[in-house]
Design a protein around this ligand. Structure first.
Ligand code: SF4
Length: 346
């Protein structure tokens, strides 16, 4: 889940410089079990609709990200790198220092009403998860979705957060007036792997309940099967178990994506690997020797296996839904991306 725009109009090129200025930030902690150890930096953003850099290979041009940092704490998360732009730690700091753009709903409503805005599709959850735990307290998404609904502006949401079900009625209202796409990220169903590599997220089966619930309400929901983690979730039996569970949830599509290890995520992931699976470190160093991506032959093999399984289990396009998938980038060697412009593997 992660997109940040570093162009001259970006909220980040100028506003980030002032992000931690004394007037711009209120820092809060909450002494509840849910938020213990987490610091929230509340800011008033200057802009909320971000343009995706032209060099990006993503399938959408505009994003809205009400948060930075993510308490879902996935070890492999690409967005870790973006915390370094704020002089924050990309490891534990990314998991526990959360920037909250508290004026996101009102700002979005204003920007959607601008004569310069052309009503293009807006993707959310592409940088960090907009339904991470902080959203339970700050409740920014209802105002954001209401603004998009009132402007009949098409949008999509990618999430690992079951909290999205809180906003189901609003999303249904929006889907009556515009194109709405909901995608949930479930890379695998292994319990032990989930607990260690995605420690702050709802369990995979709970995420698949989200898929099922949206389907029951007439909103087709796709699954981004990401990441497929080499040697840990990629055996034929594991792929089959995951695709079978996705099919059983009624998902309208499944899109596999093999683990990327870009700088920022790579160091954190490899440290985790050394701690939990030390025997795999050398294999990873060989598999990712050429850069951030696994070799194409490996990616193609996974894609083919998942597509074959999807066909076997009957996962296909929705008949009546309004789902629009967020397509991940095509596998490639190091892309010429000048900023944090990759899906965070939500
Ligand atoms: S991968 Fe997504 S859910 Fe996980 S920490 Fe990153 S932004 Fe959050």
């Amino acid at each position: 889940m992660r997109w940040e725009n570093l162009t001259s109009d970006s909220e980040h090129s100028r506003a980030d410089a002032a992000l931690f200025g004394a007037d711009a930030v209120t820092t809060r902690t909450f002494d509840t079990p849910e938020f213990r150890g987490i610091t929230f930096h509340e800011i008033r953003a200057r802009s909320i609709i971000n343009r995706v850099p032209a060099v990006s290979r993503m399938s959408f041009q505009w994003t809205v990200n009400p948060y930075r940092g993510c308490s879902h704490a996935c070890v492999y998360c690409f967005a870790r790198k973006t915390h370094s732009y704020l002089d924050l730690d990309t490891g534990l700091g990314f998991d526990s220092q959360i920037v909250v753009k508290i004026n996101a709903p009102e700002l979005l409503r204003r920007q959607l009403g601008s004569r310069r805005w052309q009503g293009e599709h807006i993707a959310m959850g592409t940088n960090v998860d907009c339904y991470q735990r902080a959203e339970g307290r700050y409740r920014l998404m209802p105002g954001i979705i209401a603004a998009l609904r009132d402007h009949a502006n098409p949008f999509s949401i990618l999430t690992k957060g079951t909290l999205i079900l809180r906003d189901l009625e609003l999303i249904k209202q929006a889907a009556r007036v515009t194109d709405v796409g909901i995608s949930v990220s479930v890379g695998f169903t292994e319990q032990e792997l989930w607990r260690t590599v995605e420690p702050g997220t709802p369990a995979p089966e709970r995420r698949l309940e989200v898929v099922r619930t949206f389907g029951d309400h007439g909103i087709g929901c796709g699954v981004l099967m990401a990441p497929v983690i080499p040697f840990l979730s990629d055996s034929p039996a594991q792929l089959r178990a995951t695709v079978r569970a996705i099919a059983a949830s009624g998902a309208t599509s499944v899109t596999p994506l093999v683990l990327h290890l870009r700088p920022g995520a790579r160091e954190w992931f490899m440290a985790w690997l050394g701690q939990h699976h030390p025997h795999l470190v050398a294999r990873y160093e060989r598999l990712y020797a050429a850069g951030s991506y696994a070799p194409k032959w490996y990616q193609r093999r996974i894609t083919r296996q998942v597509h074959e399984l999807a066909e076997e289990y009957g996962i296909g396009p929705t008949r009546a839904g309004t789902s629009r998938r967020i397509s991940p980038p095509e596998p490639a060697p190091e892309p010429p991306v000048a900023g944090p412009t990759q899906l965070s593997l939500l």
